[in-house]
Design a protein around this ligand. Structure first.
Ligand code: 13P
Ligand code: SF4
Length: 309
């Protein structure tokens, strides 16, 4: 009871601080339920980048991982972007360093570079275009070159390769998201046996065998849209379990089962109401992107936003 009162008071204080400082909270679909519930907007990487560009707020409290907050900062050089816990670092984005990309570019001088938004800003600055899970197929196919250097997610590369005749070369060869890569085909088969009538919907960061058994492959917000739109009432969800909060909230009456209950991204869960309160009060830790990286990284992100309406 005491805890509940404390947390109501904290939410009230956060709301007051947001108003006083003209701040907005943007949260990714994997955030803790209580964080999603106090956000002005909850979405996938593409939607969050667009929202960050549209907002008239002076401060963006970004509840997601480092590369998402960096993208918001790159698109908003005049705004303060704050990440409540600076330790929220996506392990996949750490798998591709700018130096590795330079080596690959030398090896394939005619190739264009399409990088998943889940990358460090330094790597983005070397890309021709960025993509997200929502538009990877569209972006790769829209490029001019016939060979595409693509990284860091090898599973997303598999998804993109399905709808293009271009040759996709993964850099690094086997980049992956630990939370999605551990969703095994056996998990999917077991879940389907338990719920034979359920539709299977998975994220393109899942392994090829899991993608191949799915009824739908979509970004996190794409998954929400599909579950709301189709008539089916039961779904097996192949992504980080945080998405279930939004699904249950926005499609009440339908049933959602995670394919793997251990598909948890610890970095996404680092932001808490306590940390958001402190971040709003102190206006830090601020996300700062090096000046020399800003311009080229922004160009690659803007090219994506132009292609993918
Ligand atoms: P979405 O853009 O589909 O939300 O994916 C982001 C991500 O990090 C998935 O692990
Ligand atoms: Fe990175 Fe995977 Fe976490 Fe997404 S779920 S932020 S790709 S580690």
């Amino acid at each position: 009871m005491e805890m509940k009162k404390e947390s109501i008071e904290r939410v009230e204080k956060i709301e007051r601080l947001k108003r006083d400082k003209n701040a907005i909270i943007l949260a990714h679909n994997y955030q803790r339920a209580e964080v999603q519930d106090i956000a002005e907007f909850v979405g996938d990487s593409l939607e969050l980048a667009r929202k960050a560009m549209e907002t008239t707020s002076d401060i963006i409290i970004f509840c997601g991982v480092d590369f998402m907050a960096e993208t918001a900062a790159i698109l908003n050089p005049d705004k303060k972007v704050i990440i409540p816990d600076a330790g929220a670092i996506c392990p996949m984005a750490q798998q591709l360093f700018a130096d590795d990309l330079l080596v690959a570019k030398r090896e394939y001088p005619d190739a264009e570079v399409v990088l998943y938004v889940n990358t460090l800003a330094e790597s983005k600055a070397l890309a021709d275009c960025i993509c997200t899970s929502a538009n990877a197929q569209e972006i790769v196919d829209a490029m001019d070159a016939s060979t595409i250097l693509f990284g860091p997610d090898h599973n997303l590369a598999y998804h993109a390769q399905k709808t293009t005749s271009k040759k996709i070369i993964s850099v690094p060869e086997h980049g992956l998201c630990p939370s999605h890569h551990q969703i095994a085909l056996e998990d999917l088969i077991k879940a389907k046996e338990a719920h034979p009538g359920a539709k299977i919907i998975v994220h393109p960061e899942c392994i090829p065998e899991v993608q191949d058994h799915a009824d739908y492959i979509a970004s996190t917000s794409g998954m929400v849209r599909i579950c709301k739109e189709v008539k089916d009432a039961e779904f097996l969800i192949g992504t980080e379990v945080g998405l279930l909060h939004r699904l249950e909230k926005e499609a009440p009456g339908k049933k959602f089962y995670p394919i793997s209950t251990t598909a948890v991204c610890p970095q996404m869960k680092m932001h808490t109401l306590e940390k958001i309160e402190v971040a709003l009060e102190k206006e830090k830790p601020e996300v700062v992107v090096k000046k020399e990286i800003m311009g080229p990284a922004r160009k690659a992100i803007e090219r994506m936003l132009e292609i993918s309406q």
